[in-house]
Design a protein around this ligand. Structure first.
Ligand code: WT7
Length: 592
């Protein structure tokens, strides 16, 4: 449960200035609203729903569910009977009801997108794509694509210089093809939205499973809409005049919830970024922050650690005085990176919201609220409204007070996934079978004496060394604390006596050379920080680590490298496969 009072020692607070304007200005207010969200969910979500447009009202209770496999099929229904349209709420409502029509929705960082041309006066294929994203019917997209191709062909012919790039030819078929330009001439700008049921599918996003094929996580209309809108508003404390920037890729869940749906539902102004944080130089992020006066900035620990490698100079070159709140997502942030983000990037002025969530949860589930929650570096702190976490031991018993075990949730919140698309069975097996009555996150978690939650890493990233459970994240954090190390990834390698041994991959900071004395120092560091049991058995110098496009280290691949097993399985989500070969070649070949 949430403590009555927030701790006073060893914590960081949001600024007084932020508290003055914040939606949730104090810990007491957070606690009061949290209790309301649990005791009276109908009232809590009813207040949230008032800001949205509903074609028809819902009829039953706000939330109906079964989380217990022993009692039948797992299901979650939110606002059954209501009909709405999410695009209408994200666009039309902001223009018609909220009078935000002249506000900027997205600042795009490339000039072509910034100077948006008038509709149907498109001149280049990239501008045409902008429109395509906004058009809704597949036929329209097909037509648009055809004329895109033709226009591109004409443009390339004219310019001549690009002749080498082949443009696909789509033959005209009078049986099925219609001319876009004549169809659209005189067509109305208005288009009646498709009114959807609350529980109609909104999108499916695939996420990797620890075994087998990726799972299609299904989210539905009303619950996801209200949940992403509310988490965005309160976790980033969205205020009029804010300029928000999330560096994620739009194709992943963070881009869905916190570039697209959440910000647009709030009528927010965002920076939309396509590029690398290190190009043309490592000050790129902060240059953009200054250029657009970004107030709320959201990125991943891996990006922070990478930039940290280059020191503070490229950051302090820029003012960053517009920044108010910083956020992280994707993995546990090691305290060292947290401190750098807080002290250097945020000038000790900006609270850091360490948001724990998953593709499956749809939005933040454990997170600080920037003006209300005292922060502890590395802790995702407390549950968001409507979320009830628990920590279970191996036998499925709920642990009270300070403890460590499996992180689970006891009841649904509006944005939780509804099923694995086309495979309800897999949905139930993956998330509900191990501990009946709970949604199992797959993450390990510790609760400290003040009730703060600390994610210790995936349970499947737990190592058992001589009967001691070790979290890879813990060992990685100890390695990264060494001044020579930029990033570390630790995996288990089967060991005949110990069960598992620790195989560590380390990426060194620019300019540092790997050698035996350094290796000895690193081993000593881990031993001293965690204990003799955690002393790394092997350390390999890794100039690059295998990562997914969302920046997550693929430990599964590292485990294979550690064991010199070449059969890697599906590595289609790997961002750069060349690092894998390099790591295989430079394996430290230990004599076991
Ligand atoms: C897993 C979910 C959430 C969108 C991006 C990743 C880890 C995520 C944190 C955090 C510690 C975190 C967990 C989780 N994770 N955020 N703030 N602290 N761990 O989505 O690919 O579905 O991954 O990412 O292990 O289960 P995803």
């Amino acid at each position: 449960m949430i403590p009555d009072k927030a701790p006073k020692e060893d914590v960081f607070h949001g600024s007084e200035e932020l508290k003055k304007e914040a939606h949730i200005p104090s810990f007491e207010k957070y606690k009061e609203l949290y209790m309301k969200s649990i005791d009276h969910p109908d009232e809590f979500w009813g207040d949230v729903a008032k800001d949205f447009f509903w074609k028809t009202k819902h009829t039953g209770p706000f939330l109906e569910y079964n989380f217990d496999v022993t009692k039948g099929e797992i299901y979650v229904k939110f606002m059954e009977g209501a009909t709405t349209n999410i695009c209408y709420n994200l666009l039309d409502r902001n223009v018609h009801d909220r009078k935000l029509g002249d506000n900027v929705a997205f600042y795009c960082t490339f000039q072509k997108h910034l100077s948006a041309p008038q509709r149907y006066q498109y001149e280049s294929i990239s501008n045409r794509r902008r429109f395509k994203a906004a058009s809704s019917s597949t036929e329209q997209i097909e037509l648009d694509r055809k004329s895109d191709t033709e226009t591109a062909q004409r443009e390339t012919d004219r310019e001549g210089k690009e002749k080498t790039r082949p443009v696909p030819q789509v033959p005209w078929d009078p049986e099925v093809d219609l001319c876009w330009h004549s169809l659209i001439r005189g067509a109305s700008d208005e288009c009646e939205p498709e009114w959807c049921e609350s529980e109609d599918p909104l999108f499916i996003l695939y996420t990797s499973g620890s075994t087998g094929k990726p799972k299609g996580v299904l989210h539905t209309v009303s619950g996801y809409m209200l949940y992403t809108a509310t988490t965005f508003k309160l976790v980033f404390d969205h205020q009029p005049g804010d300029v928000y920037w999330c560096t994620a890729d739009i194709g992943w869940i963070t881009g869905h919830s916190y570039i697209t749906y959440g910000p647009l539902a709030n009528g927010a102004t965002s920076v939309l970024f396509e590029g690398l944080p290190t190009y043309p130089d490592v000050g790129r992020m902060w240059e953009i922050v200054d250029k657009y006066s970004v107030t709320k900035f959201y990125t991943a620990p891996t990006a922070i650690r990478m930039l940290m490698k280059f020191g503070s100079d490229p950051v302090v070159k820029y003012k960053r005085e517009s920044l108010k709140v910083l956020g992280t997502v994707g993995e546990p942030i090691n305290p060292e990176a947290w401190q750098w983000y807080y002290n250097v990037v945020g000038d000790k002025r900006c609270p850091i919201v360490d948001t724990f969530w998953q593709t499956e949860t749809g939005g933040h589930v454990l997170t600080p609220l920037p003006a209300a929650t005292p922060m502890k570096p590395g802790s995702a702190t407390f549950p968001f409204f409507g979320v009830v976490p628990a920590i279970l031991n191996e036998s499925g018993e709920e642990l009270e007070g300070p403890s460590e075990g499996y992180l689970v949730f006891k009841q649904p919140w509006p944005g939780v996934m509804r099923t694995v698309y086309g495979n309800q069975q897999r949905f139930e097996t993956t998330y509900f079978k191990k501990f009946p009555g709970y949604y199992v996150t797959g993450d390990g978690c510790r609760r400290d004496k003040d009730g703060y939650y600390w994610i210790t890493g995936r349970i499947d990233d737990m190592l058992n060394v001589s009967g001691h459970l070790l979290s890879t994240a813990e060992v990685e954090s100890a390695l990264v604390e060494h001044e020579a190390v930029a990033e570390a990834a630790v995996v288990g390698r089967p060991h005949p006596v110990k069960g598992e041994s620790l195989y560590c991959f380390v990426t060194l900071n620019d300019g540092v050379t790997y050698n035996r004395p350094l290796e000895a120092e690193l081993k000593k560091q881990v031993r001293e920080k965690i204990g003799a049991i955690a002393t790394p058995d092997y350390i390999q110098n890794a100039p690059g680590l295998p990562k997914t496009r969302s920046g997550k280290i693929m430990r599964r691949v590292l485990r294979k490298i550690a064991c010199d097993e070449r059969d890697l399985g599906d590595i289609s989500t790997l961002a750069d496969s060349s690092v894998v070969e390099q790591l295989f070649q430079n394996r430290c070949c230990p004599a076991v």
